[in-house]
Design a protein around this ligand. Structure first.
Ligand SMILES: Cc1cc2nc3c(=O)[nH]c(=O)nc-3n(C[C@H](O)[C@H](O)[C@H](O)COP(=O)(O)OP(=O)(O)OC[C@H]3O[C@@H](n4cnc5c(N)ncnc54)[C@H](O)[C@@H]3O)c2cc1C
Length: 388
């Protein structure tokens, strides 16, 4: 049988400028972030200053218009950076939230004044962004949140708490989901942009949560007790827009996760092919065992299917046509495949796969949460089913 190599697949949206950006991003993650990875893991968060370094390399806010300090590009540029971060093996900087989510809300709903005030700092990395939706009593039922914002003159007084907030320990800027009218469900929700700091009266950070994966990125609890937020920091034309805004932005958030899921599958496959070709058992490379070959062939097929699916979603999103159901489908299907493929790959490493010196172990531990955050995969299936 002829031993032809599988042709290299290239994402249809990818152009030379994306390849150049990928080189730049890879160099940054490998040379500047990874050498600090153990320290970041031990302290439970990256250094704040690392966001500024990413900003200096032009890796933050690539889809934000240049007039606000961004790269003036598209979601495709952001996707390249998210992919390279996974490929390099860094999971400390919360870039998916910082660039992929926070800036999207500000670009879409911010007033000119709000954009000028916050976007340049987010793009340079002076400010770290976070989003607070989930509360201790529940995350899936978003309309049931109880964090309250009560109008008091030119301010809101905010009371309540949020948990599992990515970048929560470092965040300077938080997009906070609140109830401005507790008698209403969705129609009572609003988004407030909160400028955080350890000297802000009524604001405190709780624990940095210990997790089974993503240990170098901070996930934290946040508490608000009559914290004053200027009414001018409301996002959108008036109160009651928060739920609609989140529903409009969540497809991009789910696409960010889908992009990283596929990059993780590709990396796991690459690492495992290399390892099984080197490792021998019973006098021949593990790769030459029929089981290994079949497992890797299956993983390669799933990974290719995943890549073409996510590329289709990226193309739809670039055209402004990524709908809620397709994004939900991608999020649950791709993260389920990610967990399966990474698990199968880890098995082919044998005992070494279970040790943290091997990147496959990190990929395994980091994969699990993908089925949980940004809406659990069960909620994603509900969203898809509603569209059928
Ligand atoms: C590492 C990490 C980072 C995160 N980052 C952020 C962040 O930056 N900002 C933020 O706001 N949140 C964040 N989250 C929170 C995350 O989005 C929530 O954990 C998630 O939405 C689920 O909410 P919950 O944990 O309260 O689970 P629950 O809502 O209590 O759900 C528990 C279980 O019940 C199932 N379930 C609930 N309702 C239904 C239903 N109707 N049908 C079927 N099954 C159902 C769920 O699928 C789940 O399996 C993060 C979480 C983690 C772990």
């Amino acid at each position: 049988m002829a031993q032809a190599k599988a042709p290299v697949y290239r994402s249809p949206w990818r152009q030379q400028e994306h390849d150049d950006l990928a080189d730049l991003a890879r160099t940054f993650f490998v040379k500047e972030v990874l050498p600090e990875a153990d320290r970041f893991t031990a302290q439970g968060h990256p250094d704040h200053e690392m966001y500024q370094r990413a900003g200096k390399h032009g890796l933050l806010g690539l889809s934000v218009p240049a007039e606000y300090g961004g790269g003036g590009g598209t979601f495709a540029h952001e996707a390249v950076v998210f992919e390279e971060q996974v490929r390099a093996g860094d999971a400390s900087l919360g870039l998916g939230v910082h660039s992929g989510i926070i800036m999207g809300y500000l670009v879409a709903y911010g007033t000119q004044e709000q954009k000028q005030r916050w976007l340049p700092g987010l793009c340079s990395g002076e400010l770290v962004g976070a989003i607070g939706m989930t509360e201790p009593a529940g995350g899936s039922d978003l309309q049931a949140i109880t964090t309250r914002a009560v109008r008091d003159g030119d301010d809101y007084l905010v009371s309540g708490s949020k948990t599992f907030i990515t970048n929560g320990f470092l965040a300077d800027l938080l997009i906070l989901a609140v109830k401005t009218d507790p008698t209403q469900k969705a129609a009572g929700m609003s988004l407030l942009v909160c400028e955080l700091g350890d000297d802000v009266p009524g604001f405190s950070r709780g624990r940095v949560l210990h997790k089974i994966g993503l240990q170098a990125n901070d996930t934290a609890e946040l508490f608000f007790d009559q914290m004053r937020v200027p009414a001018a920091n409301l996002l959108g034309p008036g109160e009651g827009q928060g739920f609609i805004q989140m529903m409009q932005q969540l497809p991009q958030e789910r696409l960010v996760i889908s992009v990283s899921a596929v990059a993780a599958m590709e990396r796991a496959l690459e690492l495992t092919i290399a390892y099984t070709k080197e490792r021998t058992a019973f006098g021949k490379p593990v790769f030459d065992q029929q089981n290994t070959r079949f497992v890797l062939a299956e993983c390669a097929a799933h990974t290719r299917a995943a890549r073409t699916f996510v590329d289709d979603c990226i193309a739809r999103h670039l055209a402004g046509e990524l709908d809620v159901a397709t994004a939900a489908m991608a999020k649950f299907w791709l993260t389920d495949r990610q967990c399966e493929v990474v698990d199968k790959c880890l098995q082919l490493f044998g005992g070494y796969g279970y040790t943290t010196e091997y990147p496959i172990a990190r990929l395994y531990a980091d994969a699990r949460v993908q089925k949980i955050y940004a809406g659990t995969n069960e909620i994603m299936k509900e969203l898809v089913a509603r569209s059928l």
